[in-house]
Design a protein around this ligand. Structure first.
Ligand code: NAD
Length: 944
């Protein structure tokens, strides 16, 4: 057992040695950080400003950015107000100089050098002062193989230069995500294989010098792969090396089982490992990301729980000595004292345990720890200021969160045992519908289940898909649907609906069905049915539609969300509006508009079909479903989920061609609404047919059509983030999303850098069959799409200059694969920049100014989605106002709209401005009716 009194005594001893130097007390940076810790507005502005600063190339812009960020926040008094006032009044040249200098000084405080030679100088100083260290190279996000090579080379050369240090004093810290261009949590084996060759070189170099190599545990998404990686290294690569290290984060809800798992494994295999115990540095990010995805929050939400878990883990690690050599990473005196007391109590020799602290953080505590003769290692980042800024911003965030906390504790002398129930985080909330969220494919059981389901389906026979009319299944002439990844595999044998089937279906159809509550219940039950078959439906989408696992799962997720969301909306709409006045009743109510034709595309084979169908149904209309030919099996499985919950006479399933089935439906006078999602040309054909219709009730059309979506990249953009977002938006599902990015309009000042990064990142994409968990680019839908796209690529190459021209691997199975193409210097009027190509082809053009970029972006027939990467508030505001798109995304990718959160749809030739998954959507399938009744009789108004 730990002796509590000893821990407190140890803490008091460290605290009594803490002395702030005069420099630290007066330093304006310290003061700004301190002020920021108590002023959220100032902190937000400061962090954002520091983040954008390296991208600003003139003093004028620096002053402008500073003013824009700080003006957005309410900073009325104290230090923050003085700074704001000073910057406002100083001339731009001096503002730029002072701010750059200030941020540089801050960077130097947290980073030990900007290159290896400045780093080595600092390491010598540290070493002379008796500090051990672990070096961490910070830099750009690694998005290309070249960047990963650079990262690995940097370490191998550095290791050689660490010769002059004692092996116990020098160590390195590595981020596994920086060792490959595509760190894919759904594909652990392939990711480890990509990391491995680079890592091996580093390990061999380190082994020669007997250096400790720590593997940083980054986020929840990288955790499992990092743990597997270390086991592989210890088992295969360096079985006898005792100087590898990992990190356990005590804020992670699975930290205890991770620690137990690794300790048992070490014991069973008789291996040794350094384990750095930390609290964790991505708390805000982990929480927000999990919340957005509706995943369980992977970190403890109250600080007390993290702190007390830290002590529990410290105990575990100390007890696991000599298999584990513990390092206690923290700046909290109580936590450090706990680790120290435990290690000393267990008589672990000083060279086998230590305390670790971040270079530059809490320097007075670092000196105090040293004075107490506690073995101390500093975690020392180095790297260029510009790419290191991301790191620096996070450090600042932690620093401003912790600094006052540290000081208070020291002042109060409160080193009591942490209370696990204390320090609850403020609850995260969001208005409106809560998405069911995507699957978490970083979890091994999820990966295994998905892969088993796929294999099972491939073994099973092909699905027979009938026509369905009034609950009766009918066989017709069959056509086949194929697996686009393996063209010889037939997925469905589909009956083509005949003219007489359509007539039969239309003949006996009622005009409406069910009470509104019954309908909402029914559609919710359909959502449940889809939920129950989620793995199965995802696997089928991968098979028939060629989506990789995450894309297929997102399709199913969206379908389920549509069911729940529309049921929720229908309940909201159902209550009639009352505007009664004395003597007069005034009611406003919604009724179904009448039978609806649902004509769906193949690219979101489940989600869009489900959305349009359930919206029409929940509003009370019978539906005539005409699925896309290529994905009729998926559509049929949806209908199977639907059938038990709605009467037979209101669901008809009519597979077949657009001309023979779709067009006949549109022309028929029984159809009152056509809900169509598809191409511009077919959408306009439908408009034309409807305009000519000889009918009593005027047919309504809900038309969602194509896009030619652009992302604008401004000079202040975070180029790493822009690269990742563009790659995701342009090549996710092979660019076959209506929301996909097919145009980049980049400011001339950052065009070269962006193009270089895009090339590297595109090169790292793996072209594989869609069922391979490592698939980034799968097949396009069919051979005619492939041929059309190859022609479009030829044209694009002739219109501009090639940035990246990928090729399909030779050994890939027989499927419809098209490699990505990126072309630059395109005229905004070129075919490539004007026409929807619907495949992995990305065109780039440059702009002189943000105004010109917006003009180019708007100069197309479409207005569906658009994006902007910029960190200047004035630019963001301008683009918000002037970019003509239905869905605008800022500083993120432009695909993946979430039901309820980002209602989706465009205008111009992209559609009629309707918004699927939005609060107005159901009303397109409803008829509002106003009823006014005069209740006055003989002057008596009907009420007193
Ligand atoms: P498509 O227009 O070829 O087909 C869509 C549906 O219309 C299919 O079911 C098809 O059989 C049917 N159809 C074809 N001709 C018809 C006719 N004459 N009369 C009635 N129906 C007919 O589109 P697609 O290739 O399946 O899908 C890709 C297109 O859809 C792209 O242009 C994409 O941008 C667009 N899309 C738009 C959105 C959006 O929300 N705006 C969403 C997804 C897809």
């Amino acid at each position: 057992m730990v002796d509590e009194a000893k821990i407190i005594k140890q803490a008091e001893k460290i605290a009594s040695n803490v002395q702030k130097s005069w420099y630290e007390t007066l330093n304006p940076i310290e003061r700004s950080l301190d002020y920021a810790s108590n002023n959220p507005g100032f902190k937000k502005a400061l962090l954002r400003f520091v983040d954008v600063l390296p991208a600003l190339d003139s003093n004028k812009k620096i002053k402008q950015a500073f003013n824009e960020y700080f003006d957005e926040e309410d900073i009325k008094e104290g230090w923050g107000k003085h700074i704001k006032y000073a910057i406002n009044t100083l001339p731009a040249w001096s503002v730029g100089y002072v701010l750059k200098k200030g941020v540089n000084m801050t960077a130097q405080r947290f980073m030990a050098g900007f290159n290896q030679s400045t780093l080595l100088n600092e390491l010598h100083t540290l070493s002379n002062n008796g500090y051990a260290f672990s070096v961490d190279k910070v830099g750009e996000d690694v998005l290309s193989a070249k960047a990963a090579d650079r990262y690995a080379d940097e370490y191998t050369t550095l290791i050689k230069k660490l010769d002059s240090f004692d092996a116990n004093q020098a160590s390195i810290s590595i981020k596994p995500t920086a060792l490959c261009a595509r760190f894919n949590p759904s594909a652990p084996t392939e990711t480890i294989n990509r990391i491995y060759p680079r890592l091996k070189k580093i390990i061999e170099a380190a082994q020669e010098k007997k250096l400790i190599i720590y593997f940083d545990m980054e986020t929840d998404q990288t955790r499992n792969i990092t743990l597997s990686l270390i086991k592989k290294l210890l088992q295969v690569t360096v079985p006898n090396y005792e100087r590898l290290g990992i990190v356990i984060q005590s804020y992670h809800t699975e930290c205890l089982s991770d620690a137990d798992n690794i300790i048992n494994w070490l014991r069973n295999n008789d291996k040794r490992l350094h384990v750095r115990l930390v609290k964790g540095a991505y708390w805000n990010e982990e929480r927000a990301q999990a919340f957005r995805r509706n995943w369980p929050i992977p970190v403890y939400e109250n600080k007390g729980k993290t702190d007390s878990m830290y002590e529990k883990l410290a105990h575990r690690l100390v007890n696991a000595y000599p298999y584990v050599k513990p390092a206690f990473g923290s700046h909290n005196i109580r936590s450090l004292a706990c680790g120290t007391t435990l290690a000393r109590q267990a008589d672990i020799p000083d060279q086998d345990w230590e305390v670790q602290m971040l270079y530059g953080m809490g320097r007075p505590i670092q000196r105090a720890v040293k004075r107490c003769a506690i073995p101390l290692r500093l975690y020392v980042p180095y790297g260029k200021l510009l790419p290191g800024m991301g790191y620096l911003v996070r450090r600042l965030l932690e620093n401003t969160a912790n600094q006052s906390f540290l000081q208070n504790k020291i002042k109060q002398g409160n080193f009591n045992k942490p209370d696990p129930d204390s320090g609850s985080a403020s609850k995260m909330t969001a208005r409106g519908y809560k998405t069911i969220g995507p699957r978490n494919y970083s979890r091994p059981h999820t990966i295994e289940k998905q892969s088993e389901e796929y294999k099972k389906q491939v073994k099973e026979t092909t699905t027979t898909v009938p026509v369905l009319i009034n609950g009766q299944t009918i066989k017709g002439d069959e056509f086949d649907s194929h697996n686009p990844s393996y063209t010889s595999q037939i997925v469905g044998k589909i009956s083509h609906c005949k003219k007489q089937h359509i007539q039969k279906a239309l003949k006996k159809t009622p005009n409406q069905w069910g009470a509104s509550e019954t309908r909402a219940d029914a559609i919710e039950a359909v959502g449940d049915a889809l939920q129950n078959r989620r793995y199965e439906l995802s696997a089928l989408i991968t098979r028939e539609n060629g989506k990789n696992w995450t894309e297929a799962d997102a399709d199913v997720m969206e379908a389920i969300d549509f069911c729940y969301y529309y049921a929720q909306q229908a309940r909201k709409i159902k209550d009639e509006r009352n505007r009664d006045v004395p003597g007069e009743i005034n009611r406003y109510q919604y009724r179904p508009y009448g039978p609806a034709a649902i004509i769906a595309p193949w690219n979101f084979p489940l989600a869009i079909l489900t959305g349009m169908t359930t919206a029409a149904l929940v509003a009370g209309n019978p539906v005539f479903i005409k699925p896309a030919m290529a994905t009729s099996t998926i559509a049929w499985e949806f209908v199977r989920c639907l059938r038990p919950h709605v009467p037979d006479e209101v669901v008809h399933f009519l597979p077949g061609s657009g001309k023979q089935v779709g067009e006949r439906l549109v022309k028929n006078p029984t159809i009152n609404t056509v809900a169509f999602t598809g191409s511009r040309s077919v959408g306009n054909t439908i408009r034309g047919i409807v305009a000519q219709k000889d009918e009593t009730v005027m047919t309504r059309t809900v038309l969602e059509m194509g896009g030619k979506n652009a992302i604008i990249v401004g000079p202040s953009a975070d180029i790493d983030k822009a690269t990742a977002g563009i790659i995701e938006s342009a090549f996710g599902y092979q660019g076959q999303k209506c929301s996909a990015c097919s145009r980049v309009i980049v400011h001339k000042n950052c065009a070269d850098e962006l193009q270089k990064r895009l090339r590297g990142a595109a090169k790292a994409l793996s072209i594989k069959p869609a069922d391979n968990p490592d698939c980034d680019i799968g097949p396009v839908i069919n051979n005619s799409a492939k041929e059309r796209l190859e022609k479009a690529k030829k044209k694009a190459r002739s219109e501009g200059r090639v940035v990246y021209d990928g090729s399909v691997p030779k050994n890939i199975p027989d499927g419809h694969y098209v490699a990505p193409l990126i072309v630059k210097q395109l005229s905004p009027q070129s075919d490539t920049m004007q026409n929807e190509l619907f495949g992995p082809i990305l065109g780039i053009t440059t702009a002189e100014s943000i105004d010109q970029a917006i003009k180019i972006a708007n100069n197309v027939d479409y207005a569906l989605t658009g994006g902007l990467y910029s960190r200047m508030p004035s630019v963001i505001n301008k683009v918000k106002q002037q970019f003509e798109v239905g869905n605008l995304y800022i500083n993120r990718d432009i695909t993946g709209a979430v039901v309820g959160r980002q209602p989706f749809g465009g205008f111009k030739q992209s559609g009629k401005g309707t918004k699927a998954g939005g609060p107005d959507y159901l009303k397109h399938f409803m008829l509002p009716k106003t009823i006014t009744e005069n209740i006055t009789r003989k002057g008596y108004p009907g009420q007193e």
